[in-house]
Every structure is written in C-alpha cells, then in structure tokens.
Design a protein around this ligand. Structure first.
Ligand code: NAD
Length: 425
C-alpha cells in the first residue's frame, strides 16, 4: 500500500537523523562554519552493525541486530548509552551519537559522542536471555569499546545491571577488571554515588534556572512528565521536592492525571508494588498524547524521541519545556514553539546531567578514588548551572532560541578541536 503525502511527511519528520543533521546545519550556518568542517561534522565517523545469535531458554537460536556508532572523538573518548527498544534503527542511533557529541561539548566534558542499541523488546525476554544477549552484544562491540576508547552507559530499557554484565564481559576477555569501561554501574563494581539520579537532577537544575529566568516561582508551577523511567520518575520526584506540583505522569501504556497534584512519593510506592501506574487512587487516566497538551506550566518529555511534532505542537499549553528525553521535539515543532514563544531547554543541555556524572564516575574509576554523594551533586550543579548561564547568554546576545544557542556553543567547541587537530594524514 502506498503512503499518502501527509503520512510520508510524518515519516520524514520522525527521522531523527534528518532532525540531527538539520539542527547541525542551522547552527553551522549561524556560526559561519568553514565548508570542510561542515562536511566532516554532519556525518558520523564510525557506524557498526552486528547480527548475532543468542540461545533462548527453550534452546532455540534467535538472531538479534545491534549497533554502535561513534560520531566524533576529537575531544576525547566516545561516550554514550545503549538502548534496547523494538524501534531502534541505525538512523536513530546515528542521531543519538551526534547529540552526545554536542551534549559533552555544551557542558565542556572531554568526551566525544557515541550511542548503541539492539532492536528488541526486552520485556519479552527472561533475565537469563537478557544477560546472554547483553554479553554477546558486548563481545560484538568489544572491538570498539573500552575505557580510553568508547564508554557505554544506560539508556532506554538498560540499567546498572546491564552495565555490570558489559563490564564483566570485557573484564573476562582481558583477564582483569576494567571498571572505567562503562558508567552507570552499580556502586559495588565502581559506580558513582549520585549517578542514578544524575539525569533527573540535571533536568531539575535546568528547570529551576529556566523558571528563574522567566520570573516564575516553583510553587506556581504545574508539571507534566512523559515517561516514568529513570529520567522521568526522578525528574518528577526532584521537581516536587523543589516546590512544583506534578499533575500528570505517564509510561508507554498511558498515565495518570490529577489537576490538584500527585504525590510522587506515593506514585513511586504504588508503581513499585503494582508494576503499573494504572489505578493510582485519586487520579484519572490520561493518554500519552493527551498528557503533552494537558493544562500545565512545565512539560518534561522524558520517554523517547519524536513526541512533539507539527501535529501536536500547537496544542501544548506549557510555557516551558525541559527535554529530559533525547530528540523529543522535531524541527517543525521547534519552529511552532519559537513562534508561540515557548521556552525550550534542549536535550543536549537539559539531560546532560547523566553524562556529566558518568564523566565523574569514569574519573573516579581511573583514579580508584571515590567521592561522596554531596561532592558529586555539588560538582554536577556547578557544571550544569554554568552551562545553562553560558547558553542563555549566547541566546540573548545572538537572539536565538535555547537549542540553537546550545548548538552554536557546542559545535564551535567541537569544530575548534577538529580544526586544531587538522586533517589526517
Ligand atoms: P527508561 O527505560 O528508564 O524509561 C523510559 C520510560 O519511557 C518508561 O517509563 C517507558 O514506559 C516510557 N516510554 C517508552 N516508550 C514510550 C512511548 N512510546 N510513549 C510514552 N512513554 C514511553 O529510560 P530512561 O533512561 O529514563 O530514558 C528516557 C529518555 O531519556 C530517553 O530518551 C533517553 O535517551 C534519555 N536520557 C537518558 C539518560 C539516562 O541517564 N538514563 C541520560 C540522558 C538522556
């Protein structure tokens, strides 16, 4: 069946790689980047695909496809998460890798950008199958990853356990432990205090800084959060602690809404017990699309990409959007938000708390010297607050939106490193 023109437009709009390249092109134009650097930086340096078998519990073999992409490594080793999701594609992983390069540059930590993923719905696998798939994938990408080359971290549907398996697999190959080869690990194997909360904490730091800039108080701020995983649930919890009222939260199957506010502590307890948000007492059900246009002041998309598009951007009520997720907004939706004067704190700044504390974890592992949680949180706040003020300053000086201001700073930094290193050979 052939697609209608509207359907085709939506498919094109939903291509993250197109989004990432178009954002880069806009920034390159604004900073008047030399043509050769545009050509280099709008591509990924390395893209790796592997197809590999895993023995399932019932003894049959199942093939999986996985990717690891490194966009740019001129400022340091490549860094980026690994995602398990049925919609993972090479284009998505390339976009996510490019965004990692800009993210590390915008907060000025010495990493390049990478990303990886497996096309899989991990909820359909047993723990044993998940472990075997992870260890085999770690082996496939072991020709690329390592403490001084490319350092994975958790992303959608992966966590500390996944990282421990990857670290153990690499260590078994070498015959000694290499904790610095992955971040987001459990504390017992060299993880950092504060890493689990870091992305949500960064979202909250950026939200508070944006509210201050907009002259609004946290206690006047009603929040809707899409996605209640690592980033979404911790953002909701910390925003509530900062004085905001969280009115809606959701997961992939839908969510819950209470215009008077949800107690996030209770929602977390309920979800831990019931394994779902559905049926939370005192709240009404809300669909994922509905949540994006719910009456609120601050919207935190913290699930997956392409949630805010030309189809729903005009329905958004929030005046402030802080992007916990990577790539939740298409360029078409961005244009609508600019026109509607909605203040968007872009993903490469808003969710950079995760990679910042991953950097701290890597530094601690390399030195075998560990910091207190207070030290970690303090250093995170210093880095993110400074990055936010620098981006805001560029925004005001150059009359840009926050995304382009962040891009201009990040691309200039990466271009600077690439220019200094020169063209090899
Ligand atoms: P997670 O797996 O812990 O949680 C993902 C959440 O999104 C879950 O609540 C899931 O139900 C929900 N979700 C999935 N598909 C959805 C859909 N179609 N509609 C609505 N909700 C959906 O993942 P996470 O680590 O919290 O990552 C969330 C986002 O934040 C991703 O875009 C990720 O790239 C980004 N991010 C994560 C980190 C990190 O440190 N974990 C850092 C930076 C950015």
């Amino acid at each position: 069946m052939s697609m209608s023109a509207t359907e085709l437009k939506q498919v094109v709009e939903a291509d993250e790689w197109r989004t990432a390249q178009s954002q880069f092109d806009d920034a390159a134009e604004i900073i008047k980047l030399e043509p050769w650097l545009r050509e280099v930086l709008r591509e990924v340096q390395r893209e790796f695909t592997c197809n590999f078998p895993v023995r399932m519990d019932d003894d049959h073999l199942r093939m999986f496809t996985g990717y690891r992409v490194q966009h740019n490594i001129n400022r340091g080793p490549a860094k980026g998460g690994i995602r398990y999701h049925p919609d993972v594609s090479l284009n998505e992983v390339k976009a996510l890798a490019m965004w990692m390069t800009w993210k590390c540059a915008v907060v000025n930590i010495p990493f390049g950008g990478a990303k990886g993923g497996i096309i899989v719905n991990p909820k359909g696998l047993s723990l044993n199958e998940l472990e075997h798939m992870t260890r085999r994938f770690a082996t496939e990408i072991s020709i690329l990853i390592g403490a001084d080359r490319d350092i994975p971290a958790p992303d959608v549907n992966t966590d500390g356990q996944t990282m421990a398996w990857i670290m153990d697999t690499l260590s078994m190959h070498l015959g000694y432990s290499v904790p610095a080869s992955v971040t987001g690990k459990p504390i017992e194997v060299g993880g950092s205090l504060g890493r689990i909360e870091a992305t949500g904490r960064g979202v909250t730091i950026c939200a508070m800084a944006a509210l201050e800039h907009l002259g609004r108080q946290p206690h006047q701020t009603r929040v809707a959060v899409q996605g209640f995983g690592n980033v979404g649930s911790i953002s909701a919890k910390l925003l509530e602690e900062a004085g905001c009222t969280v009115v809606a939260v959701s997961e992939d199957y839908g969510g819950i809404y209470n215009p008077l506010g949800l107690s996030i502590k209770r929602v977390l307890e309920y979800r831990a017990r019931e394994k779902t948000l559905n049926g939370f007492p005192g709240a009404q059900p809300i669909g994922n699309q509905e949540l994006l246009s719910v009456d609120c002041d601050l919207l935190v998309p913290a699930a997956i990409g392409n949630q805010l598009t030309s189809r729903n951007a005009r329905d958004v009520k929030a005046k402030l959007i802080v992007e916990g997720a990577n790539g939740p907004t298409t360029p078409e939706a961005d244009a609508i938000f600019r026109e509607r004067d909605i203040f968007v704190v872009p993903d490469i700044l808003a969710n950079a708390g995760g990679v910042t504390v991953s950097y701290f974890e890597w530094v601690q592992d390399l030195q075998s010297f560990f910091w207190s949680e207070h030290e970690v949180n303090q250093k995170l706040k210093a880095i993110l607050s400074r990055a936010f003020s620098e981006v805001l300053k560029t925004k005001l000086e150059k009359k840009l939106d926050m995304r382009m201001a962040a891009y201009c700073r990040a691309v200039s930094r990466v271009a600077g490193a690439t220019r200094e290193r020169g063209l090899y050979p």
